[in-house]
Design a protein around this ligand. Structure first.
Ligand SMILES: NC(=O)c1ccc[n+]([C@@H]2O[C@H](COP(=O)([O-])OP(=O)(O)OC[C@H]3O[C@@H](n4cnc5c(N)ncnc54)[C@H](O)[C@@H]3O)[C@@H](O)[C@H]2O)c1
Ligand SMILES: O=P(O)(O)OC[C@H](O)CO
Length: 339
């Protein structure tokens, strides 16, 4: 499926930026990846390999790279944002003077900004301007499978339906099916919040809990995510889709998930800093556990799982104690409203 986009800038050369560059290279003429280091940029230009992430993946010939944001943005008619949430504002701030104001931007980052509690597309729009051209893509998309052409699907969400369609054609292929949504808020909340639930699932598994318990955490996690989506103005039906249930299941069950595997190691005493240092990868759910916990407190949304993960990560409470507190909650209706 060819798209209208001829030169795409992919900002970020982690696992997802690398795999996404390969996806959009199928439907555009040239893809330029922005990498933070010259070594990564040079390797992609010379060997079409990212030596830090997915190093078995030989990228298509039409993927090049640079360590210059100006160079990446030059001539780009679409920008794909794939840096971890903690760095989105800073990187977008530096990109702003070089990015065309009318150029569509699609955000792959999953998170909620600490302090402001803004969704990633809002952070990007703050820095780059022209919010109506900013969209998000999300779904059950482990980069480790995507680069190998294994089947997956995602949803492109934008307030402007025509923009979603244009971006759908940039990503869509037989093995990477792409659907459209107008619920940008719902898609982005699901993307960020499922990572917190995945940490809880990993911690349950690490504590020796069984499959029934993991299914309970996922299901009650989805109910929790629906309450957050509704409270911030999204459509709870989005939680039934690829960005919601789809990504929740993939992240809570996959050995590729950093959030799930961090949760497992957390229950054995490994710290966030140790995990990220060893893996060289980000655990977005650990940041989201803080920002979503703050958001939920501010809006009085009931988020017991997020609270439990927050307590273990930031309040010095042991995982076993946090689980006990969850199990001691009083019984209630399965669905007791969206607030
Ligand atoms: N990996 C996946 O399968 C996947 C799939 C879908 C969405 N995502 C989302 O994509 C986003 C990026 O994740 P990833 O998996 O590509 O990253 P990653 O964990 O593979 O790598 C972390 C990246 O962060 C970069 N980084 C470190 N410090 C930085 C800084 N100061 N400024 C900019 N970048 C810096 C590193 O260079 C590295 O490339 C996250 O929000 C993640 O949730 C990831
Ligand atoms: O490896 P994780 O846990 O960051 O999850 C990656 C993606 O969000 C899966 O869709």
């Amino acid at each position: 499926m060819a798209s209208e986009f001829r030169r795409v800038a992919v900002i970020g050369s982690g696992s997802w930026g690398t795999a996404a560059a390969g996806l959009v290279a199928r439907n555009s003429d040239e893809v330029c990846v922005w990498a933070r280091t010259v070594a990564v940029a040079d390797s992609i230009c010379e060997r079409h390999v990212n030596p830090k992430h997915l190093s078995d993946y030989v990228l298509p010939e039409n993927v090049v790279a640079t360590d210059s944001l100006e160079g990446a943005a030059a001539g780009a008619d679409c920008i794909v944002v794939a840096v971890p949430s903690a760095f989105v504002r800073g990187v977008m701030h530096d990109l702003a003077p070089h990015a065309d104001q009318s150029c569509p931007v699609v955000v792959l980052t999953k998170g909620v900004e600490g302090g402001s509690h803004k969704l990633m597309t809002d952070v990007v729009a703050d820095e780059l301007g022209n919010p109506s051209r900013v969209a998000a893509l999300s779904g059950p998309n482990h980069a480790e499978e995507i680069w190998q052409g294994m089947v997956s699907a995602a949803v492109v969400a934008a307030g402007d339906a025509e923009l979603a369609l244009r971006l759908q054609s940039l990503f869509h292929s037989k093995t990477f099916r792409t659907y459209c949504s107008s619920d940008l808020t719902g898609v982005e909340v699901c993307a960020a919040a499922k990572n917190v639930v995945a940490i809880a699932c990993g911690a349950c598994a690490g504590n020796g809990m069984g499959d029934n318990a993991l299914a309970v955490v996922m299901t009650r996690g989805l109910a929790e995510i629906s309450r957050i989506v509704a409270a911030v103005g999204g459509d709870p039906m989005t939680c039934m889709g690829l960005a919601g249930m789809g990504d929740l299941v993939a992240t809570c069950t996959s050995p590729h998930s950093r959030n799930r595997s961090f949760g497992e190691l957390l229950s054995r005493g490994v710290t966030l800093a140790e995990y990220e240092e060893r893996s060289g990868m980000v655990v977005e759910g650990a940041r989201a556990a803080q920002s979503i916990w703050e958001l939920a407190s501010e809006l009085s949304i009931e988020t017991p799982l997020t609270n439990a993960v927050h307590a273990v990560l930031y309040e010095n409470i042991g995982a076993t104690e946090a689980f006990d507190l969850l199990l001691e909650r009083s019984p209630r209706q399965e669905f007791y409203g969206l607030r």
